[in-house]
Ligand binder design. Structure first.
Ligand SMILES: CC(C)(COP(=O)(O)OP(=O)(O)OC[C@H]1O[C@@H](n2cnc3c(N)ncnc32)[C@H](O)[C@@H]1OP(=O)(O)O)[C@@H](O)C(=O)NCCC(=O)NCCS
Length: 181
């Protein structure tokens, strides 16, 4: 059986029929993704079965004025990256792909922090998705003007996060070409 592969979005990847159940998240990938990536507004990672995209995340640099738990005296401009989009095709939901892409974003953040400061993985969530992120140790920070909840995961915590803490998945995501090595 073909194994899913994690890689960066390329023009030849098949986006036809991608449906995660959220029209905005679908449209970002299928209509805007390649253009946004070409302009360096985002970096899109896709999980593909053969060349068909079954899940994706979109990452970008970000910062927020906020208090960190280990330094509550002052509000800092805290650098990080943001998981701008996260979508899993309906047929493949509930198999751990969302968690897998969050873990991958944590790895990217940690890799970046070796050369430019990167402390937090941010995510913007609709109210009904806050629970999904808080289950992954994200904490609520603030609300955007459009009502999205900004959630943050402190990359300092990822030192304690072990790969065998990943949720069980029957997707067997062994083949990873994420350009990190
Ligand atoms: C949210 C989404 C990315 C989750 O991806 P997924 O691969 O199906 O999720 P995973 O397999 O990693 O995790 C499944 C777990 O999350 C839980 N979960 C799913 N949606 C949840 C929600 N809205 N709130 C709390 N928990 C949720 C499931 O109950 C399951 O729990 P379990 O591990 O205890 O059984 C996917 O449902 C999706 O693409 N949704 C539409 C787009 C979207 O809303 N993106 C997020 C933008 S805020």
């Amino acid at each position: 059986m073909t194994k899913p592969v994690l890689k960066q979005l390329e023009p030849d990847d098949s986006l036809n029929g991608f449906d995660c159940g959220d029209p905005e998240v679908n449209e970002y990938l299928t209509r805007d993704g390649m253009d946004q990536q070409r302009r360096r507004y985002t970096r899109i990672y896709v999980v593909c079965l053969e060349n068909r995209v079954i899940a994706y995340s979109a990452l970008a640099c970000y910062h927020l004025f906020m208090h960190l738990p280990d330094d509550e005296t002052i509000s800092h401009r805290v650098p990080g990256i943001i998981l701008g989009q996260l979508g899993v095709h309906r047929e493949y939901q509930g198999k751990g792909l969302g968690y897998f892409l969050i873990d991958h974003a944590i790895s990217v953040g940690n890799k970046i922090s070796e050369s430019a400061a990167c402390r937090i993985l941010f995510a913007e969530a609709h109210d009904d998705k806050m629970g999904y992120y808080s289950n992954q140790d994200f904490e609520y920070v603030t609300e955007t003007k459009s009502g999205l909840k900004v959630m943050c995961y402190d990359l300092e915590k990822s030192r304690e996060r072990r790969s065998d803490d990943l949720p069980a998945s029957d997707m067997d995501l062994l083949s990873v070409d994420n350009g990190l090595d």
